[in-house]
Structures are given as C-alpha cells and as structure tokens.
Design a protein around this ligand. Sequence first.
Ligand SMILES: Cc1cc2nc3c(=O)[nH]c(=O)nc-3n(C[C@H](O)[C@H](O)[C@H](O)COP(=O)(O)OP(=O)(O)OC[C@H]3O[C@@H](n4cnc5c(N)ncnc54)[C@H](O)[C@@H]3O)c2cc1C
Length: 399
Amino acid sequence: MTSTPSFQTGITHRPSAVVTATGADDVVAALTRADHDGLAVTVHATGHGLRRPCDGGLLIDTAALAEMTVDPRTRTVRAGVGATWGDVVAAAAPHGLRPPHGSAPSVGVAGYLFGGGLGLAVRADGWAADHVRAVEIARAGGTVTVTAESDPAYFARLRGTGPDDGDVVTAVVVGLLGSDGLVGGGLVRVLGAADAPGDPAALHAWADWTATLPDDVTSGVSVVPYPDLPVLPPHLRGRRVLRVGVVGTGGTGRTDALLAPLRAAVAWDDDTVAPLDPRASSRVYAEPEVPHAYLGDDVLVDGLDPDGLDRVVSRTGPMVVTGIRHLGGAAGRAAAVADTVRGRDAAYCVNVLAPFGDDVPAACAWSGVDHLLDGFSPRATAEVTHPSFRYGPPRPGTA
Ligand SMILES: Cc1cc2nc3c(=O)[nH]c(=O)nc-3n(C[C@H](O)[C@H](O)[C@H](O)COP(=O)(O)OP(=O)(O)OC[C@H]3O[C@@H](n4cnc5c(N)ncnc54)[C@H](O)[C@@H]3O)c2cc1C
C-alpha cells in the first residue's frame, strides 16, 4: 500500500489501509469507518512536517484534494488541502495577487497554516494565520466549516496549533495580498571551505542591518556547509555558503535604498535581489526541493547572541544548516482575530536542521543541531520554540 511520496524520507508510514481521498465525502467515510473499527488515523499531505509514522492505522492521503478557486473580487482563494503553496501562488499570480506563503513552494497548504505560517514577507503581511477566513473540516459523521464567527475558540486553535483529534481539514479560504512593488532575491557570500571555521563578519552585518529595518523588508539568513559531492555545482562543492533572503513590498527604489548598507558592508559573491514575480519566489531562499531525511528544531529569541552567530559559521558537520528568520513588524502585532500562533512577539526564529541516515545516525545529527541551537539564549517566556520548524524523529529519549 502506498501514499503520495513524502518530502521527509527518514520516516516511513506502514499503515494497514490507505484512503486516497478525492472529496470531503471520502474523508468523512474513512473517518467514520476508522471510528467504528477503532483505527488510529494519520493524515498525509506532503510530508514536510512528518515526525511520526503511521504504524498499522489508517492513512488518509489528501494529495487529490487540490481543487482551487481564486476570487479576485474578494481577494480570496479557496484551496483544497492537497494543494501546495506553489499551486496557490500560480493560481493567484495572473490576478496580480499572492498568498502569504513561505520559502518552499512544495509545502502543503494545511500544515503550514496549522503552525501559523511564517511567510516570505511576514514583517509586512503578518502571519499567514492572520489571513485565514474559513477552515473546512471533515470528521466522523459529517463536515463543518469553522470561521471566527461560527466557533472563535476552534478557529484560534486551527491557526497556530492545528485541528482537534479526529478532524481532517479538507479546504481553507485564505485572503490574498497585492503583488505590486514586490522585490526579492538573495545575497550570497561564500565563507570558505566547509570544513574550516568561516569569517562571521557577513552574518554579524546582516544581524546589525535587521535592527534598522522598517516593516516592509523581511529577511532571513541561511548558512550551509556543502559537502564535496560531484552532484553539487562546482562553486558550492565543499564550501560554507551564507545566503541572505530578502523580500521587500515597497518597490525597487525603496527596497534598494534600505538594502544599500548591507550591500556595502559585505563583498557579496552574488546578488539576485530585483523585482519579484511571486511565481519565482523560491529564488529568495533557494532551498533544495529534493526529498531527503532530515531532523531539526528551532529557538525563538529576543535578540541574536554574538557567540551564537560565531558558532553558526564555525566548524560543523556537513550540511548542518542554520536558518534565522527576522520577525517583528506586522508579525509582532496582535491578530485582528484571536489565534494561537507561537512566538508572535519574538524578534527572530533560529532553526537548525541536519540530514541523517546510514552515514549519520539520528543521535549524531541531533548533537550537531543542538550544538548550534545552544549558542542562542531562549526567551524568558514559555514560548521558546515554534512548532513549524521541528523536523524528523524526536531527539533520542524524548517523546
Ligand atoms: C524546505 C521547507 C521549508 C519550509 N519553509 C517554511 C516557511 O517558510 N514558513 C513556515 O511557517 N514553515 C515552513 N516550513 C515548515 C512547514 O510549514 C511545516 O513542516 C508543515 O507542517 C508542513 O505541512 P505539510 O502539510 O506540507 O506537511 P505534512 O508533513 O504532510 O503535514 C504536517 C502535519 O500536519 C498534518 N496534516 C497535514 N494535512 C492535514 C489535514 N488536511 N488535516 C489534518 N492534519 C493534517 C499531518 O498529519 C502532519 O502531522 C518549511 C518546511 C520545509 C521542509
């Protein structure tokens, strides 16, 4: 029995039955049957956020629930949960509109929203959760549409936490944003050999620059020590590479003026920041779209510890990838409709992930991840991590 291939290849589902749903009625029928038979249910969309396998239960594959309607008049999209954000971007773009999507087009509509949705322009747009208008749900016995008016408490849980046990989201209605004045791309600096400590100056320059920015510029940084493998482009092989992803919503002139100090502070090896068609927005972070086995975690912080930044460019295992997203701006303001987004008032989200497999046991990959995360001081609040950036099998010895 198979389901749609998963982006996360380090965890394998072994269900006793798979339902490939083609409509909400199929999901209701599957849930009703599972309820009757006492079967545990797992939902599979893209597998980007897969953390535990379905073992012996019923797997509901939502890939075929991908119908989509854009209404340019109300600037909304109704998207089935089999759609990816790349699909939504493609449907909205001809209308001059864009959704509040994240860095990777292959991420699924539902799982991203359950975590709140940290979008490419989160400092201008707020969290994706802020733009959700309705959530359509299937459960044993029927369907229900949840809105701020129909069930405010559940609508808040769906936007930041996820659906209650036994509920499967079948479609969402999300507000769209204008794409006029959208600018974006990446600034790339090769820091040197991947197996040698890199110069942290470019990373510090980015961190200092973020402190000066108005809400219409959102950025993040990634530092990747690439292994020396023939499958990689020659300029990346065995190199430690820092990339700043930038999205501005205020037009080219304004974004260029705001970027000028960062452009001047570092001798960048590449600079692709230019007017951005949302359909090309994967170029902002240029994340790999190849399924693989990975694990990782994140920490929400109020500021970036200099020692932590130094650690990010220090000697690490190959492919231990650090990403830091700048929050604040609209991301930090209370939502008009209550939600349960974690870390709304944090200044940055630091996430670290590492591949694992036959060559690198999961325990070893976790120690590489934790070495980098430990360099940053968590906030003095209960909300120190964001659920969307927790990946793969849990740390050994934890649930
Ligand atoms: C390369 C990459 C880039 C990313 N970039 C961002 C980013 O920029 N911003 C951000 O906020 N997050 C980002 N994420 C995190 C991503 O949002 C989460 O991993 C999210 O959980 C993925 O959702 P999914 O539906 O694609 O994946 P899945 O793994 O299929 O689903 C995630 C979880 O939700 C459950 N689920 C899925 N669909 C349903 C449904 N219809 N009903 C009920 N439960 C369901 C699944 O069972 C699973 O537990 C990124 C992840 C990756 C791997």
